[in-house]
Design a protein around this ligand. Structure first.
Ligand code: 13P
Length: 251
């Protein structure tokens, strides 16, 4: 199983309908066939339209930023995995620290979301990462280890092969303060080690582990050159086509 190199954008709650369409078109027209696999994580309103814009380009895929854990029903305002699938979505970002912090999502809930997403043939991009005080206390591996175990260790090996992991230290998100390439590598290596113990070498070696937190064109190359860093989950810099394209060719 070959590990994919991925540049994933997380647009968060940005871009109205026209802006999102224009950004997707600019990325499509600038992307080179030699670039990494690009994933656009857009707000729900864009998904169907952008799935049409990217349909002929093999190295661009579409991600949602969340999904409800139930199949369907009386959950006003929520979106199901089946709905996402019907719009051409292939990936779903789950467990982002902003959802943990502002919407109270626990790893138990995230595990349920991972299950429903996998059931519908979608691929979770599972986010984990520690806050600053946890790192300063030297407990970052312990905490991320717990997150990974609670959210992913109930999966079968075949299911785990569908999961992308994103390590996003909370203190590096939107702050301009990036983890050093060494800090990223250490944590990615640790996560891959956990996956190896639980799922074996084939699965662990084939899992893409992305780094997220202030990835920019000027730091992407050094981060992505680390042996266990397989790409990035990019927030702010994914909103500018030029910056995001530069990141996608930083492998
Ligand atoms: P920034 O790249 O803006 O720091 O955001 C990272 C992130 O949260 C991606 O999911």
């Amino acid at each position: 199983m070959e590990r994919k190199l991925i540049a994933a954008g997380n647009w968060k709650m940005n871009m109205d309908y026209d802006q999102g369409r224009d950004l997707a078109k600019a990325i499509v027209s600038g992307l080179q066939p030699s670039d990494a696999l690009v994933i656009l994580g857009t707000p729900y309103i864009h998904l169907k339209n952008i799935s049409g814009i990217i349909k002929d380009i093999s190295n661009i895929k579409l991600a949602a930023q969340n999904c409800h854990q139930e199949e369907s029903g009386a959950y006003t305002g929520e979106i199901s995995a089946a709905m996402l699938k019907s719009c051409g979505v292939e990936y779903v970002i789950l467990g982002h620290s902003e959802r943990r912090e502002y919407f109270g999502e626990s790893d138990e809930l995230i595990a349920q979301k991972i299950d429903i997403v996998l059931k519908h043939g979608l691929q979770p991009i599972y986010c984990c990462g520690e806050k600053l005080e946890v790192r300063e206390a030297g407990k970052h591996e312990e905490l991320v280890g717990e997150q990974v175990k609670t959210a992913l260790f109930h999966l079968t090996r075949e299911q785990m092969k569908q999961v992308v992991v994103a390590y996003e230290p909370v203190w590096a998100i939107g702050t301009g303060k990036t983890a050093t390439p060494q800090q990223a590598q250490e944590m990615h290596r640790f996560i891959r080690g956990l996956l190896r113990k639980k799922f074996g070498q084939e699965v662990a070696g084939g899992t893409s582990i992305l780094y997220g937190g202030s990835v920019k064109p000027d730091n992407a190359k050094e981060l992505f050159s680390q042996p266990d860093v397989d790409g990035g989950l990019v927030g702010g810099a994914s909103l500018k086509a030029g910056d995001f394209l530069a990141i996608a060719s930083s492998f």
